[in-house]
Write a protein that binds this ligand. Structure first.
Ligand code: C2E
Ligand code: MG
Ligand code: MG
Ligand code: MG
Length: 292
């Protein structure tokens, strides 16, 4: 805070500040070795048909277990990894692992239609995302249609020179391309129209306010309208209550994800989940807004 700052913007040394910096340094030191030390694992959150509850896909969510730091959720470390560049290695591991898990499920006879993997902005800009993706698919013997990639709104907003080329290369692999947390940033609608993406994920920030909060209702309606008129598929995130599910169904949002259905599951728990709710095979999945 400003009281601690000197004339030149230097921060005076304080024990708290030293402690904070030490913690950051520790985290980043551990993070650098975490892939090598095999400290990450993935959990898989179901995405379900909002009407029937049947599974349409799963989203891979990373978890980090470190001996001295304990168990950590991604919001504790993804931003750090993004700023140090470690995210590129971590993201590569996530891609490979998610694809290998799909293969394992298929070998067990469990046909999960698709796995969605989060791609950070730096990973998107990095060396060659499309060839990493192609390699991960090939190593696991999966078709592109088994994989979905979730990008942050930053790919829309920042308009990097290679954005279109990267999307086109990914699309050519048959991978489904989605914009995560849609509505949180200021998405340039112009780019939405230009980029060859398949779908949007309506941010839980707005889903959680419906049906009571009128401005959240308005945003959900608007995003649904955007998806419909641009021919994009739509998933509502953070669905926690039956009222929310019903509201979204009325808006004709086809798919939902959230604690109402399930949190992230361990790979071994997917089989019994699918047995309970059923699986909507890829060919049966009708995305009402989808254009080809
Ligand atoms: P996200 O991709 O938007 O993932 C959804 C987050 O919302 C997950 O948090 C999930 O556990 C949580 N969530 C799901 N349903 C509900 C619900 O009904 N209510 C509430 N309150 N929360 C719900 P998680 O796993 O902590 O991940 C947080 C964020 O970290 C993710 O947001 C994603 O942006 C990032 N992340 C996770 N895994 C990866 C990864 O492998 N790579 C990258 N680059 N980012 C990742
Ligand atoms: Mg996501
Ligand atoms: Mg999201
Ligand atoms: Mg999020």
């Amino acid at each position: 805070d400003s009281k601690r700052r000197g004339r030149n913007g230097w921060q005076a040394f304080t024990p708290e500040l030293a402690e904070q910096q030490l913690q950051r340094l520790q985290l980043e030191t551990h993070l650098r070795r975490a892939v090598h030390n095999d400290e990450f694992h993935l959990v898989y959150q179901p995405q379900v048909d909002l009407g029937s509850g049947a599974l349409v896909a799963v989203e891979a969510l990373i978890r980090w277990r470190n001996q001295s730091l304990g168990e950590m959720r991604p919001d504790r470390f993804i931003d750090h990894a993004e700023s140090t560049g470690d995210i590129v290695g971590i993201g590569g591991w996530v891609l490979q692992e998610a694809c290998l898990q799909m293969q394992r499920w298929r070998q067990e006879g469990l046909d999960i239609p698709r796995v969605a993997v989060n791609v950070s902005y730096r990973q998107f800009l990095g060396e060659d995302l499309a060839s990493c993706v192609a390699a991960a698919l090939a190593d696991a013997g999966l078709p592109g249609s088994a994989l979905e990639l979730e990008f942050t709104e930053r790919v829309l907003i920042e308009d990097a020179p290679d954005t279109l080329r990267t999307f086109a290369a990914l699309r050519a692999l048959g991978v489904t391309l989605t914009i995560d947390d849609f509505g949180e940033g200021y998405s340039a609608l112009n780019y939405l129209r230009r980029l060859p993406i398949h779908g949007l994920k309506l941010s839980q920030l707005f889903v959680q306010g419906v049906p009571d909060n009128q401005s959240d209702v308005a945003v959900c309606q608007a995003v649904t309208g955007i998806a419909r008129s641009l021919g994009l598929s739509l998933i509502a995130e953070g669905v926690e209550t039956e009222e929310q599910r019903r509201f979204l169904l009325q808006l004709e949002v086809p798919v939902g994800q959230g604690f109402l259905f399930a949190a992230g599951l361990k790979p071994d728990d997917l089989a019994s989940y699918c047995a309970r709710v059923g699986v909507l095979r890829a060919e049966q999945q009708a995305f009402p807004f989808h254009r080809e």
